[in-house]
Design a protein around this ligand. Structure first.
Ligand SMILES: [Zn+2]
Length: 198
């Protein structure tokens, strides 16, 4: 887990959004390998193991409708449309397997993998989170990509709309969302692009 990303984490419980307090154990460079994150509101504690934050309840398989990603790194990076360095891009599910290619195409942007395939390990360049939601603060991320199974799941689409910065994009693989929180920009062949509705 990239140490600066911990500023953007939130407790996954449904109380008011609060920061998590990091008590690092082992830090290598700018990466926290082991430590504890604590919530000052509900007192829950989360252990960081091998750099991974697991808040519990992550789907053990791809959600319904999941399958291979249709988004190669080039398409993914083009659709999410980030110009310039800074901030974070969140890759949920299978698209995170291509994080190295995405990193090469989006220099200077931190990558966060949520519920990635097991082949993806937390290391310098990628912060891995396993969770039943996006334990990230609202309006904190420059883009979110929802892979197969996630892009068609209302709960995950709502979470993506919540965490993305206003005017920036959510890309989803799955049926077009019919949710008041998303303003659809484009959709083709099972992939949609939208922003958070104003
Ligand atoms: Zn809490």
């Amino acid at each position: 887990m990239f140490i600066e990303l911990t500023d953007h984490l939130r407790c996954p419980e449904n109380h008011d959004e609060a920061f998590l307090v990091l008590l690092p154990d082992q830090v290598e460079g700018r990466s926290v390998r082991t430590g504890t994150l604590g919530c000052p509101i509900c007192d829950r504690r989360f252990e960081l193991q091998d750099g991974v934050l697991d808040t519990g309840g992550a789907p053990t398989a791809e959600p319904e409708g999941g399958g291979p990603t249709a988004l190669p790194a080039e398409s993914l990076s083009a659709l999410v449309g980030l110009g310039g360095p800074g901030g974070y891009l969140v890759l949920v599910g299978r698209p995170a397997a291509a994080w190295r290619e995405v990193a090469a195409l989006t220099p200077g942007i931190g990558l966060v993998a949520v519920n990635p395939p097991s082949s993806v390990q937390d290391e310098s360049g990628i912060s891995v989170i396993r969770s039943a939601r996006l334990p990230l603060k609202s309006s904190s991320m420059r883009g979110v990509v929802l892979g197969p199974g996630y892009g068609g799941a209302d709960d995950w689409v709502r979470e993506a709309a919540r965490v993305v910065l206003p005017g920036l994009r959510v890309v989803g693989e799955g049926q077009d969302p019919e949710l008041e929180v998303i303003e659809l920009m484009a959709s083709a062949e099972g992939v949609w692009v939208g922003t958070r509705a104003r």
